[in-house]
Ligand binder design. Structure first.
Ligand SMILES: Nc1ncnc2c1ncn2[C@@H]1O[C@H](COP(=O)(O)OP(=O)(O)O)[C@@H](O)[C@H]1O
Ligand SMILES: [Mg+2]
Length: 369
């Protein structure tokens, strides 16, 4: 996908922004706290309907404003479309060419965005939720239906947990069916996207690390020891068994202790957890490789490459990795948005089509390149 114009209103600290991004690289320069990441967040929301970092969509609405609006003229698989997302306390609406979108996957068809951020290091260093989110987003960029499927799972999980808290062992059974179905589907999606990513992860890691480097691998660690082989029905069967076996414990605790919401992903270098045994350099190379693997995978399956968002990455990476990433981005026929506090750090990626903007106190203005 490619954005031809972008318009924001009351989106975090960006009260009114209009810009025409480059078909290739758009650079947002400015000091800290000015609104650079906020702008990336708006682009990400338009492309995925998910918040990039906000835990609640309501955070996106400018303090004191009633709603936030992001819209864009975009080239997508079906030609030029007007995308718009409005966020208000308690919800959001998406429109396509001015018409409310009934099925989210029709809005999302052909749209995808991948963001590189200094927070990516949490994939290796942080808790399992960051890794689950990574896989779910990779799956959802790949198959937009995953957005709805993951929601079904969350709904089913809440229903079962409520029944567990009410101490209703018998009632719980009636909630198990939908939980098992949606849980098995989510497991299959995660497994499938992981299998697609793994060889690309290994290749990127080898290229970044140079000759003689250990291998980067990724492995799913399902709660309840559930084996991930087989079709969705087989997964459902195993998930149902695991839930049944845990029922007494779940009743005691008042929540569901196994299933995709409790799973983890092992990120390994040379056969060992990168979190525990990886050097700082290996950990950074690993997360960079994971993101590149996702981009490469999307490039292979989508008619157009995904949007690339690079948030202040040059401040975090050593010069060699920074140069690698910028060369990679410059080599792709993709539209990219890049933020930095220091123009010199991103200069290597700049080309004839690069457009520079300055972001200061929520205002965005073009800079001469
Ligand atoms: N909902 C909001 N309304 C108004 N300002 C906000 C909102 N959310 C965040 N901000 C402001 O946005 C600024 C941070 O913007 P950010 O894009 O993260 O900066 P940077 O340029 O460093 O990437 C902070 O000053 C913060 O107070
Ligand atoms: Mg920022």
């Amino acid at each position: 996908m490619r954005l031809r114009s972008l318009h924001l209103q009351d989106f975090r600290n960006l009260s009114e922004v209009a810009l025409e991004p480059s078909p290739r690289l758009t650079v947002l320069l400015g000091d800290n706290g000015q609104g650079k990441t906020n702008l990336l967040e708006a682009v990400y929301l338009l492309a995925t309907l998910r918040p990039l970092r906000a835990s609640r969509l309501g955070e996106l609405v400018r303090f004191g404003a009633a709603r936030a609006l992001a819209s864009a003229e975009a080239l997508v698989a079906g030609g030029q479309r007007t995308l718009a997302v409005e966020v208000f306390p308690g919800g959001r609406t998406a429109t396509l060419d001015g018409k409310p979108v009934e099925r989210l996957d029709s809005y999302l068809d052909g749209l995808a965005a991948v963001c590189f951020s200094p927070d990516d290091l949490l994939l290796v260093k942080g808790g399992p939720d960051a890794r689950r989110r990574f896989l779910d987003r990779a799956a959802f960029n790949r198959w937009p239906a995953v957005l709805g499927e993951a929601r079904e799972y969350v709904r089913a999980l809440r229903a079962r947990n409520a029944a567990l808290r009410a101490g209703a062992g018998a009632v719980e059974e009636s909630f198990r069916g939908p939980l098992v179905q949606s849980g098995a589907r989510l497991l299959r999606r995660r497994r499938d996207v992981m299998l697609e990513l793994e060889p690309r992860l290994g290749a990127a890691f080898a290229e970044i690390s140079g000759p003689g480097a250990p291998r980067a691998e990724i492995a799913y660690r399902a709660s309840g020891g559930i084996d991930l082989d087989g079709d969705e029905a087989a997964l459902a069967g195993r998930l149902a068994e695991a839930l049944e076996a845990r029922l007494p414990r779940d009743l005691e605790r008042g929540y569901t202790t196994c299933g995709p919401h409790m799973d983890d992903v092992l990120l390994a270098v040379g056969g060992r957890a990168a979190r525990v045994y990886g050097s700082q350099g290996q950990q950074r190379a690993y997360v960079l490789s994971l993101r590149i693997a996702e981009v490469e995978n999307l490039r292979a399956v989508l008619p157009r490459p995904p949007l690339l968002l690079l948030d202040d990455v040059s401040s975090e990476l050593d010069p060699a990795k920074n140069a690698y990433l910028l060369a990679y981005v410059a080599s792709l026929p993709a539209q990219a948005f890049l933020t930095s506090t220091d123009r010199r750090l991103i200069e290597p990626a700049a080309g004839a089509e690069t457009r520079f903007y300055r972001v200061a106190a929520g205002s965005v203005s073009p800079l001469l390149s």
